[in-house]
Ligand binder design. Structure first.
Ligand code: ADP
Ligand code: MG
Ligand code: MG
Length: 207
């Protein structure tokens, strides 16, 4: 059974709750190597998303993903807003007009999201960014052939490992790169938020 527009909306509501719950943690991570706003940037974006999901009818998974993209682009700001916005916009395009998303569509959407982030931010694995979480997530998703929940769960697990892998890295992209060697020893906030978002989507799909 695939994910309908209503399923995607439910997953995003859970993602918004998780962002709210981890707002302060993401702020602290960003205080260590950036400007301390990542948790608040995302909280603002997902709060705006919740109110749009309450008031706007969205008829397909792709249209929901597009609504996420436009909302995040206009409300999150900083580096993460355009990057997450691009990720959701590419994911939306990748699923097109499908009425329901199966595991193959989800894997394709994740790959498109990563491609969008890389096209926009030009980061590669090892630069200490969200790309370090999203890249292994995409590989894991492509290697699982099962229910959508299993695909997203594998992606989330890989993203958490990827986020952990950013701790010793020296940042080469984004604000953290201004710190040079001093950025080592801290987890990248965007990699952490990517893992948290994927875990929320996986948990919602498992319900
Ligand atoms: P800002 O750095 O503008 O304050 P945020 O704090 O919201 O924006 O987001 C910071 C996160 O954005 C970083 O932790 C990193 O994961 C991500 N990021 C920054 N620059 C890039 C980039 N060029 N490519 C991919 N991700 C990036
Ligand atoms: Mg910041
Ligand atoms: Mg900022």
């Amino acid at each position: 059974m695939g994910c309908t527009a209503a399923d995607v909306v439910a997953a995003l509501r859970l993602a918004a709750a998780v962002v709210q719950e981890h707002r302060d943690e993401l702020v602290r991570l960003d205080q260590a190597i950036g400007d301390g706003d990542h948790g608040e940037n995302l909280r603002r974006g997902f709060t705006a998303l919740l109110s749009r999901l309450d008031t706007e009818e969205v008829s397909s998974p792709g249209k929901v993903l597009k609504l996420v993209a436009t909302t995040l682009i206009s409300t999150v700001g900083g580096a993460a807003g355009p990057l997450y916005g691009t990720a959701f916009l590419r994911a939306s395009a990748a699923v097109g007009d499908l009425e329901e998303l199966d595991c193959e569509a989800v894997a394709r959407a994740l790959q498109a999201a990563l491609d969008g982030v890389v096209a926009r931010g030009k980061a590669v694995v090892g630069d200490k960014t969200m790309v370090d979480a999203l890249t292994p997530a995409v590989s894991a998703a492509a290697s699982v052939d099962g229910a959508v929940a299993a695909v997203l769960s594998a992606a989330a697990d890989a993203a958490f490992e990827g986020a952990e892998s950013t701790v010793p890295m020296v940042a080469r992209k984004g604000r953290a790169s201004y710190l040079g060697e001093r950025s080592a020893g801290h987890m990248d906030p965007g990699a952490r938020s990517t893992a948290l978002l994927l875990r929320a989507l996986a948990d919602a799909a498992a319900k």
